[in-house]
Write a protein that binds this ligand. Structure first.
Ligand code: CP
Ligand code: NVA
Length: 309
């Protein structure tokens, strides 16, 4: 088995292609075991600290249930209730938690805070979402695509909407795995240019491609996978009304997905804002795999935990 023991997972690019494949392979094995009711105590006696500076349904529950199923324990730590909320530094928090637990998962705003935590922690640190990336989500997305399409390399993935954390991780991860990633966002809401350059450089090595366009139909044309996400991410709630106006032409509706391949799949990390970035007919339609995608958070994160802890 590929050893990832002791490794941090701060960005989807932290793992090579073969390391990502090891995660997917173990995730499939653990999914089967979980469904068959076979015990798989790969993290027996281990504890995961989970720091949350933003709300969560899927990330919290899938990590907590996942650790339990692996024979370990997870601690939910609301950042506001930690001394972090009263000014204890990220570095000192990392040093102290490392003396108690075997791994730390954190959901926060700044990617640099996650990097600082990892720099001072003696245990693996996992990025549970920052404003910059959402790598655990993208592991689940790729496992879901593998289940439904049987491969990743060579597929066209169209992301329509905000050039946010999810778009960033899809760009980097898709490029690393040889996918053609097309992102369509309104002007002013594109993914970060330096990240797009990084993804493009990666795609050159892997035979993938990265395309940016303001035309959502062009992005979705002949796509195998269509993805969107909320128009106003956590922390951007005050921009909601301005964003609803700017993003209106980028709604994933039946007219837009008519440009995709007939056997396309629709994905969304959730939570969805029905009637904004996506309509019910697509979310609840026959091409939607959103519930598999949400379930797969559990299986890929269990694999990740088993490999790094
Ligand atoms: N997709 C996702 O990360 O969901 P939560 O915000 O509910 O954790
Ligand atoms: N882009 C969204 C993802 C939520 C899981 C956000 O950051 O709020």
């Amino acid at each position: 088995m590929t050893s990832l023991k002791g490794r941090d997972f701060l960005s989807i690019l932290d793992f090579s292609v073969s390391e990502l494949e090891a995660v997917f392979s173990l995730a499939r094995d653990l999914k089967r075991k979980q469904r068959a009711g076979e015990a798989h105590p790969l993290c027996a006696g281990k504890t995961l600290a989970m720091i949350f500076q933003k709300p969560s349904t899927r990330t919290r529950v899938s990590f907590e249930a996942g650790m339990f199923q692996l024979g370990g324990h997870a601690l939910y730590l609301n950042a506001a209730d930690l001394q972090l909320g009263r000014g204890e530094t990220v570095a000192d928090t990392a040093r102290v938690l490392s003396r108690y637990v075997d791994g730390i998962m954190i959901r926060t705003f700044k990617q640099s805070d996650v990097e600082e935590l990892a720099a001072h922690a003696e245990v693996p640190v996992i990025n549970g979402l920052t404003d910059w990336e959402h790598p655990c989500q993208i592991l689940a997305d790729f496992l879901t695509i593998l289940e439904h399409k049987g491969r990743l390399a060579g597929l066209k993935l169209a992301y329509v909407g905000d050039g946010n954390n999810v778009a960033h991780s899809l760009l980097l991860g898709g490029a690393r795995l040889g996918m053609r990633v097309a992102v369509s966002s309104p002007r002013g809401y594109e993914p970060a240019p330096d990240l797009v350059s990084r993804a493009a450089a990666e795609a050159v090595r892997t035979g993938g491609a990265v395309e940016l366009t303001t035309d959502p139909a062009a992005a979705v044309r002949d796509a195998d996978v269509v993805v969107t996400d909320t128009w106003a991410s956590m922390g951007r709630e005050s921009e909601h009304s301005a964003r609803v106006k700017a993003f209106a032409p980028y709604q994933v509706n039946e007219a837009l997905v008519a440009h995709a391949r007939p056997d396309y799949i629709f994905m969304h990390c959730l939570p969805a804002h029905r009637g904004e970035e996506v309509v019910d007919a697509v979310m609840d339609g026959p091409r939607s795999v959103i519930w598999d995608e949400a379930e797969n958070r559990l299986h890929v994160q269990k694999a990740l935990l088993a490999l790094v802890l």
